[in-house]
Design a protein. Structure first.
Ligand code: HEC
Length: 140
C-alpha cells in the first residue's frame, strides 16, 4: 500500500519535473533564437526580421518547416543548419575567413566558453538542441 502511494507520488513528481524541464529548455531555446536568428527570421519566425529588408534573398518562414516536411519536424536537418554543417549561403558558411556564420562560434565547439574543452562542447550542444526544440515548438 505504502509502496503504491510512494510510486504514485514519484510518478507525479517526475512527470512535473519533466514538464518543468522542457519549459526551461524552451525558454533557453527562445533566448538563443532571439539572440542569433530573430534579426533576420523575425521575432515570430515568419521571416520578417528587421535585417530581412536589406537582403537580396527572401528570408524563409521558420514556422512551416514541419508542413514542408510531410508534417514531421526535420530535427536532424535543423541541427545541421544551426551547427553549420549544411551550408546556407545567407548564414555565411562559405566564408573562408572562419569568422562566419553570422552568429559566430555560438553553436560551434570552438566556442570560447570558460568551462574547459568538454564543458564547451556540452554548452554548445545544449544551445543547439534547445534552439532546435524551440523551433519545433513554434511549428504551425
Ligand atoms: C543574416 C540573416 C539570417 C540570420 C541571422 C539567420 N538566418 Fe536562417 N536563413 C536566412 C536566409 C536568407 C535563408 C534562406 C536563403 C539561403 O538559402 O541562403 C535562411 C535559411 C534558413 C533555414 C532553411 C529554411 C528552409 O526553408 O529550408 C533555416 C532552418 C534557418 N535559416 C534557420 C536559422 C536559424 C536557426 C538561425 C539562428 C541560429 C538563423 N537561421 C539565422 C537568413 C538568416
Amino acid at each position: 500500500m505504502l509502496i503504491r502511494k510512494l510510486l504514485g507520488m514519484a510518478l507525479v513528481i517526475s512527470s512535473s519535473l519533466l514538464i518543468g524541464g522542457s519549459a526551461i529548455a524552451e525558454d533557453v531555446g527562445h533566448n538563443e533564437y532571439m539572440t542569433a536568428c530573430a534579426v533576420c527570421h523575425g521575432q515570430d519566425g515568419l521571416g520578417n526580421g528587421p535585417l530581412s529588408y536589406y537582403l537580396t534573398v527572401e528570408v524563409p518562414d521558420l514556422t512551416t518547416l514541419s508542413q514542408q516536411n510531410g508534417g514531421e519536424f526535420p530535427m536532424l536537418e535543423i541541427i545541421q543548419v544551426i551547427d553549420g554543417r549544411s551550408g546556407i549561403r545567407s548564414h555565411g558558411e562559405a566564408d573562408p575567413s572562419g569568422l562566419m556564420p553570422v552568429w559566430g562560434d555560438r553553436f560551434s565547439d570552438t566556442a570560447k566558453e570558460d568551462v574547459g574543452f568538454y564543458g564547451a562542447e556540452l554548452v554548445v550542444r545544449g544551445r543547439i538542441l534547445t534552439l532546435a526544440e524551440y523551433l519545433q515548438s513554434i511549428q504551425k
